[in-house]
Design a protein around this ligand. Structure first.
Ligand code: ZN
Length: 359
């Protein structure tokens, strides 16, 4: 099922809306309808109330869009490809290729969003002085929303912009990896404090704290892996003598083979050509008398021996697979598995702790 829809394009950037946004839009219209100023329009007559609530909800997402656009346009100036902006239940997301590791550039990209939110917030605040009470109430609410959006995003924790701002400041003084770890730890600490505070005052904060904690964890994990695995080639860590099977092998024979050599996945080769891959998952419900050819996956995902181990990791995560066949010029060179990557990461991290130079 398609879950997001393209609505328009600005500055050549595609803007998409996720279906979850419709639910949250309805919720906000309701919240604005029943709340009193400055967070709603409950003091106006019913028709005005509805119109104001709908207009405010839509303009609110306009504010989120402007925030993401600011990130995107600054990023594009630094040569980052922006795939599009997605508006969804938690707000907005600019889908960009890798953000530059240059601290100055990351800082400018990160700060642009909150900067835009503050700018819009203060313009709305000024417009709230227009002496027509409907218009004044509308702009007052938008001023609050955009300023809160700016402040919230400056919390120095991933995945908020403040986390990136903090990392870029730290990265001027230490390695990118260490800066990420320090920023992630700060983020987790803030999340814990936010959670405890939420326990007593506002349950919504617990939800946000959870979101912040997971974001910090994820960023740290990905950057660590990238730093460690990005310097290693697939050919250096792959298993070279690959055991292959043929499509006419019986499942019962395959199980015996798995027990003997303890690998969980095998390329399937016929007449010197790779025709599939068979893993433990494929044989769970198979009849022992059926053949490998009947249960194997025919879609074979391969990687070059010169790719980095991090590329292999990304490919495994994207395709949700546990192993990739390494192929060069159509020839089978080896196989690399998720557990290989994890073991290599552990070893290299220990080496780093011991102060060994990676070569
Ligand atoms: Zn932002």
């Amino acid at each position: 099922m398609r879950t997001s829809f393209r609505i328009f394009e600005v500055f050549g950037i595609e803007v998409k809306v996720h279906v979850s946004l419709i639910a949250i839009l309805a919720l906000f219209i309701y919240a604005f309808y029943v709340s009193y100023p400055p967070f709603g329009f409950a003091n106006f007559p019913p028709t005005t109330r509805i119109i104001l609530a709908v207009v405010a909800s839509i303009l609110m997402f306009g504010g989120i869009l402007a925030h993401e656009l600011a990130h995107s346009l600054v990023a594009r100036r630094f040569g980052v490809k922006v795939k599009g902006i997605l508006l969804f239940i938690f707000g907005g997301l600019a889908m960009m290729d890798k953000i530059p590791e240059s601290p100055r550039e990351e800082f400018q990209i990160a700060i642009a969003g909150p900067g835009m939110s503050f700018l819009i917030g203060f313009i709305c605040l000024a417009l709230a002085y227009i002496p027509i009470k409907e218009i004044s109430a509308l702009f007052m609410l938008l001023a609050y929303f955009n300023i809160i959006l700016g402040v919230f995003n400056l919390i120095p924790a991933f995945p908020m912009d403040g986390g990136r701002v903090l990392r870029s400041i730290l990265a001027g003084r230490m390695s990118y990896l260490r800066a990420t770890r320090a920023a992630a730890e700060t983020g987790k600490m803030i999340a814990v404090l936010m959670g405890i505070f939420g326990l007593f005052y506002n349950p919504w904060l617990i939800l946000i704290a959870l979101f912040v904690y997971m974001g910090a964890n994820e960023e740290e994990r990905v950057v660590t892996l990238e730093n460690v695995l990005g310097n290693v080639k697939v050919k250096d860590i792959m298993t070279k003598d690959v055991i292959t099977v043929t499509p006419d092998m019986k499942i019962s024979e395959l199980v015996e083979m798995m027990l003997k050599n303890k690998h969980l996945g095998y390329p399937v080769v016929q007449d010197g050509k790779i025709v599939g891959i068979v893993t433990l998952k494929d044989i769970i419900n198979a009849n022992p008398d059926s053949t490998v050819g009947e249960v194997m996956s025919k879609e074979v995902i391969t990687i070059s021996p010169d790719a980095t181990a991090f590329e292999a990791f990304k490919l495994m995560s994207e395709k949700n697979i546990g192993r990739i066949i390494v192929v060069e010029n159509g020839e089978l060179k080896g196989i690399i598995s998720r557990s290989d990557l994890m073991r290599v990461t552990e070893i290299l991290e220990v080496m780093e702790v011991l102060g060994w130079k990676r070569s």
